[in-house]
Design a protein around this ligand. Sequence first.
Ligand code: TXA
Ligand code: MG
Length: 339
Amino acid sequence: METLLLKPNKNSILLASKLLKSGEVVGVPTETVYGLAGDYSNDEAIKKIYFAKGRPLDNPLIVHVASRKMLKDVVEFVPEDAEKLIKKFWPGPLTLILKKGEKVSNLTSAGLDSVGVRCPDNKIARKIIKLANTPFSAPSANISGKPSPTTANEVYEDMKGKIPLIIDGGRCKKGVESTVLSLLNSPTILRPGVITKEMIEKVIKKKVLISSEVLSPLSSSQKALSPGTKYKHYSPNAEVFLVKGSLKSFVDYVTKNYKEGDFALVFNKEEKKLTIPTLTYGKEKNDSEKAKNLFSKLREFDKLNAKRVFVRSPKESGVGLAVYNRLIRSAGFKIITLD
Ligand code: TXA
Ligand code: MG
């Protein structure tokens, strides 16, 4: 199959919506990462998404709506906390896990009786949904296990020949996927994002829990609240190590252990202290910048044929928690603690 990579305009957006309506899969920009979109009610379309990504069928997809109104077909009902959060954060990078509505394809929800839903803060994505007149289900548009794509070219690298169309909406503003918040029981963050626990607590005036799978691997007996957390994720070809400690001990460590094919990923300006090949992913104090750059930098290491990558660990609170959560998975939980 030929894969078109088109800039967004009237014609390409119309084509995207027609393809969706006819059960095809399209690469679509959102403010977080690019999504692989298919009609949320069409099992055949959803099958194509899982197939193109090589994604395990027990890992449910997020449904994307263009408005508050569209929610009624996606969820059984909208609880009060959800109502408040929607008012504050939609359109935006917050996915709510709610009781699923009848029209949601069983493959979208991977057999669960809940569904993840959000309204993307991206005009192109919302326009496509409106023209198709149907919500779309969309996981991140990467091959399963790889870092999520934040540019259309990265989608093309992974999806060339597998889908008919990718809309190039430029680099994603946020760079990490949406915060996933379950409202089925006590409000619980299943995946951190740029909308933080503190921001959510302020709106619903309740304590928000952070699921244990955010910070640690699941034990073999534990059932994943968010099935996606079971799998190796966000990984470049290189072996990634997350290194905690001061800059000085980091420099000492990577210099002493250096082998050919090793790289470092550090905060801006720190590269001057290193003698091994190094990329930077943002200022130490700017977690949003690190979130925006992280996945692209991880993909860049593949182009550099990196064998091992040592990463300076971000702080584990606020938006930093989202970056940290992606990095520990990228590293397969290989964390080196110095000092
Ligand atoms: O920002 C995003 O959320 C992007 C863009 C494209 O919108 N999408 C995205 O989708 O990251 P995906 O499929 O890569 O990640 C969805 C995550 C998975 O970890 C999945 O297990 C979880 O959300 N999830 C989806 N539905 C769920 C449900 N009903 N219950 C628990 N977790 C769910
Ligand atoms: Mg993903």
